[in-house]
Design a protein around this ligand. Structure first.
Ligand SMILES: N[C@@H](CCC(=O)N[C@@H](CS)C(=O)NCC(=O)O)C(=O)O
Length: 216
């Protein structure tokens, strides 16, 4: 069995970071292929070599002589959770699991203004732009959701142990760090724990190389 994760330029590709964190949490070996983003039409053509959906991340599973392609960050995370139950990528308790799924889905389908105004730039530190009211509301909602889960499930991650909810919010943590978003102390502690993950560190090292090479 072989996993290949196709990701975008690491400094920018927030969606790619999510399944990367899940794969690292599982601890299985996997290969990475990086597609350079923001070079249309080349980027789109290159991604479509791997997935007709034309978006990264993409996971290829080579198993028993068959290759399966999975695209979309959440579909990849769900597939990994199903294939590696020992990694406990979802909480064991059914009600906590249902809520963790809501957290992951709220991120996956929401917060458009945060994504637009605070785009991921993993290694750079930037001034906070003039925030639209919608962006402020979404930042407040994210922090309120994090605080609520940390209080109720006791940390250190949103639902106690590291889960797909944390994978989905990992890039948001990076955005808050990049733009110096003001956060409460419990949220700050959570963000520090996420940023200290070896997987986040390694992603940052790769992103820094892209910046140094002038491709991000
Ligand atoms: N809903 C998708 C979104 C994926 C997405 O928008 N990926 C961006 C990169 S972060 C992309 O592939 N952009 C294609 C391009 O820039 O041409 C997911 O969760 O995977």
């Amino acid at each position: 069995m072989r996993y290949t994760l196709i990701v975008g330029t690491r400094d920018w590709s927030s969606w790619s970071l999510r399944p990367y964190l899940a794969l690292r949490a599982i601890g299985v070996p996997f290969e990475e292929v990086v597609v350079q983003l923001r070079q249309q039409p080349l980027t789109g053509d290159e991604i479509r070599r791997f997935s007709k959906a034309g978006r990264v991340p993409v996971l290829k599973i080579d198993e028993n002589g068959k290759e399966t392609t999975i695209w979309d960050s959440l579909a990849i995370c769900e597939t990994l959770a199903e294939r590696h139950p020992e990694a406990k990528l979802w909480p064991a308790d059914a009600m906590a699991r249902a809520e963790a799924r809501s957290y992951a889905c709220e991120m996956h389908s929401g917060f458009p203004d945060v994504r637009d105004q605070l785009s991921m730039d993993f290694v750079r530190r930037k001034p906070l732009p003039e925030l639209r009211p919608e962006t402020k509301t979404q930042i407040a909602r994210i922090q309120e959701a994090w605080s609520s889960a940390l209080t109720r499930f006791g940390g250190p991650f949103l639902f106690g142990g590291f889960s797909i909810a944390d994978c989905m919010y990992g890039p948001v943590v990076s955005r808050f760090v990049t733009y110096g978003v003001e956060v409460s102390s419990d949220v700050d502690g959570y963000m520090q724990r996420v940023m200290a993950l070896p997987a986040m560190h390694d992603w940052g090292v790769a992103a820094q190389k892209e910046v140094d090479a002038g491709i991000a």
